[in-house]
Design a protein around this ligand. Structure first.
Ligand code: NAG
Ligand code: NAG
Ligand code: NAG
Length: 358
């Protein structure tokens, strides 16, 4: 596909194949890692893209899925159970899909297991035969708000349901970093009092089965809130220097700090080894002045991909590779004006990359 090569940077093409985005970056990771090719396949399967649908100029889902195939993306996330997307995914079992229970449905679903069963039969069951649904996220960034109080019971009903049917679908929820009251240094990571009430029981429930919690991690928000005092290079993985020393652990990027602060906050609540999947990270390429340019977005997102593909973890979990999903596939023109509309890697009107990732 034509778009695949647009990601390539001529400087690194001497040795790396241009055909596939993942082949190319995996090859780069190989070069960077002294030809230790362990993790090549693992790393590729650790990267995903969010597929947001809040645009009135988006390409049809089958074209989008062809785009994913052309760039070697095998994990995507949608925010609901969109029938057009799920129908287009039929037969593409090599693409793992995170789907979502929408926040506005949680209250009604929490009423009974029967309500959850009906939701499942309507929204999931029709696709089980030929769509690879990997996760159901029960709500998106809804903890610690009022509706978040329904997350646990819906998760429990869905978990029981998939267990009864022996389905390999993981049931989790997606939570944002604002649940952290303290996050600096990472070892001081602690949840807010408000978050603790809803989040800790959810984390304890997930840890019974080692089901990952899905988190959204945006160094951009921290940077945008205080650009004068936050080093841009630290926010976009553009330095190897240790910027934050936390006991024996040295950090050169804000993403790792945020990730590990969440790990420490979980530990503080007695939740020790729960895996974390990064459901979203990203950087807008426009919308708020000189911190939101295609070049900066490319740097953040490209470096995030390298981080994931390297197979390296964070300082606190150095031996666990990161699984992460970039936000998002397309710029979405029905979101709020400004940065919110400009997180896409691709222009929806022509499916061309908005910037080269490397
Ligand atoms: C479903 O997706 C997951 C995650 O990408 C992958 O590990 C698994 O192999 C896929 N299943 C099939 C049948 O391809
Ligand atoms: C944006 O402009 C301000 C004011 O000129 C400058 O201080 C800052 O370094 C610039 N930031 C970036 C990311 O270029
Ligand atoms: C990571 O793996 C290395 C090499 O096997 C080991 O020495 C180290 O203790 C591990 N670190 C952690 C935090 O598990």
């Amino acid at each position: 596909m034509s778009n695949a090569t647009d990601f390539a940077d001529t400087r690194i093409n001497m040795d790396c194949p241009k055909k596939s985005f993942l082949l190319m970056i995996s090859c780069m990771a190989l070069l960077l890692n002294n030809n230790n090719n362990e993790g090549f396949v693992d790393a590729a399967t650790n990267l995903g893209l969010n597929y947001g649908l809040l645009g009135d100029n988006l390409p049809p889902p089958n074209e989008v899925i062809n785009l994913y195939k052309s760039i070697g993306i095998t994990n995507i996330r949608i925010f609901d159970t969109n029938t057009d997307v799920l129908n287009a995914l039929r037969g593409n079992r090599d693409i793992g899909v995170i789907v979502g229970v929408q926040n506005q449905d949680l209250e009604a679903l929490a009423v009974s297991e029967e309500a959850v069963n009906t939701w499942f039969v309507t929204n999931i069951e029709p696709y089980l035969a030929d769509v690879n649904i990997t996760f159901i996220s029960v709500g998106n960034e809804v903890i610690p708000w009022e509706i978040g109080s329904h997350v646990l019971s819906v998760m429990q009903s869905l978990t029981d349901l998939v267990k009864t049917r022996s389905l390999p679908i993981l049931i989790s929820t997606t939570v944002a970093m604002y649940n952290l009251g303290a996050s600096y240094p990472p070892s001081a990571g602690e949840f807010t009092t408000q978050a603790r009430e809803q989040l800790v029981p959810v984390l304890k429930y997930l840890s019974q089965t080692s089901t990952p919690i899905l988190v959204t991690i945006y160094p951009y928000f921290a940077y945008a809130s205080d650009p004068a005092n936050i080093l841009l290079d630290y926010a976009i993985f553009n330095t190897d220097a240790v910027v934050v020393q936390d006991g024996p652990l040295g950090y050169s990027n804000m993403f790792d700090v945020m990730f590990d602060a969440f790990l420490w906050a979980m530990e503080r609540e007695g939740v020790k080894d729960l895996p974390m999947v990064v459901a979203e990270t990203g950087w807008p390429s426009a919308g708020k002045g000189n911190g939101t340019t295609p070049e900066i977005a490319a740097m953040h997102n490209g470096n995030f991909v390298k981080h994931v593909v390297s197979g390296k973890g964070t300082p606190k979990r150095p031996n666990s590779s990161i699984t992460g999903f970039l936000f998002a596939t397309f710029n979405e023109n029905l979101k709020s004006a400004g940065t919110e509309q400009n997180y896409g890697l691709y222009d929806p009107t022509n499916m061309k990359p908005i910037y080269k990732l490397f």
